[in-house]
Ligand binder design. Structure first.
Ligand SMILES: Nc1ncnc2c1ncn2[C@@H]1O[C@H](COP(=O)(O)OP(=O)(O)OP(=O)(O)O)[C@@H](O)[C@H]1O
Ligand SMILES: O=c1ccn([C@@H]2O[C@H](COP(=O)(O)O)[C@@H](O)[C@H]2O)c(=O)[nH]1
Length: 235
């Protein structure tokens, strides 16, 4: 196994599947089956999920909402997605803990780093919810922050595209895919697959990022055993 402790960043938007918003049961089940496989292999798994299938702060602000309020809604959206993943994993008999960056102790544990690491050591899958707890950030930055804090070996960004391209492949059909990129190149080229705060945090602490397609069965496992999938971002 190449990686023993991973931070899996799941796209909220992709969780909607073809229905466009909300949580698609089929996608949820597929992802959770793959997480269960990793868990069986003994990999320590921490998950951060976005909220793009429910609410994005910027979208609300564009329509005139107060940005901070809109970001609070976005962070709550990530809690909804995290609970959906927890529920699905537990139905598959995988022990989990949701830890929130904003206290809501009736629903989930507050995030405490030492407890998070202990959960991982006890082979519980942890799901970090509510982003960083601060507005004006994204769950990519939350993933980078938590990956650093728990000393993860890698950030695996599972998304709807199969890697990083020279321009957004969803918009440009002639986009060209990179197999490997340096952090600094992602920043200099202004590539929008992840926000620059997240990339900078990973660059400073040399945590590798792998961007890959979450809809291709087996991809998550392939990344963990060291097969080349998607695009690798490193030093
Ligand atoms: N150069 C690029 N290469 C690859 N993807 C790109 C690029 N530029 C923009 N993108 C877009 O980045 C997105 C990244 O996917 P993802 O769904 O994880 O975004 P996200 O904002 O983190 O999602 P969510 O907020 O729902 O969690 C893809 O939808 C892709 O279209
Ligand atoms: O640290 C954070 C993380 C997220 N938000 C808000 O949540 C939404 C959803 O997250 P995505 O990463 O876009 O999926 C985001 O748009 C922000 O509004 C936040 O404020 N702080």
């Amino acid at each position: 196994m190449k990686y023993n402790r991973i931070l899996l960043k799941l796209s909220g938007e992709a969780l909607a599947g073809s229905q466009g918003s909300g949580v698609c049961n089929e996608v949820l089940n597929q992802i959770c089956d793959e997480v269960k496989n990793l868990h069986k292999m003994g990999v320590e798994v921490a998950i951060v999920i976005g909220g793009g299938n429910i609410h994005r702060g910027v979208a609300g602000a564009t329509k005139g909402m107060d940005r901070t309020t809109s970001d609070h809604m976005g962070m709550l959206a990530t809690v909804i997605n995290s609970l959906a993943i927890q529920d699905c994993l537990e139905r598959k008999e995988v022990k989990t803990r949701v830890m929130t960056a904003i206290e809501m102790a009736e629903i989930a544990e507050p995030y405490i780093r030492r407890r998070a690491v202990r959960h991982l050591e006890k082979k519980r899958v942890i799901i970090f919810a509510a982003g960083t707890g601060n507005p004006y950030f994204t769950t990519d930055t939350a993933a980078a922050l938590r990956a650093n804090e728990i000393d993860a070996d890698v950030i695996m960004k599972a998304t709807k595209v199969d890697g990083i391209y020279d321009k957004d492949p969803v918009v440009h059909k002639d986009a060209v895919k990179f197999e490997e990129l340096k952090y600094i190149d992602v920043l200099n080229k202004g590539i929008k697959v992840m926000d620059s705060a997240a990339i900078s945090l990973c660059m400073d602490n040399e945590i590798e990022i792998i961007v890959f397609n979450m809809f291709e069965k087996g991809n998550i496992q392939k990344v963990v055993i060291g097969d080349h999938v998607g695009t690798v971002v490193k030093k």
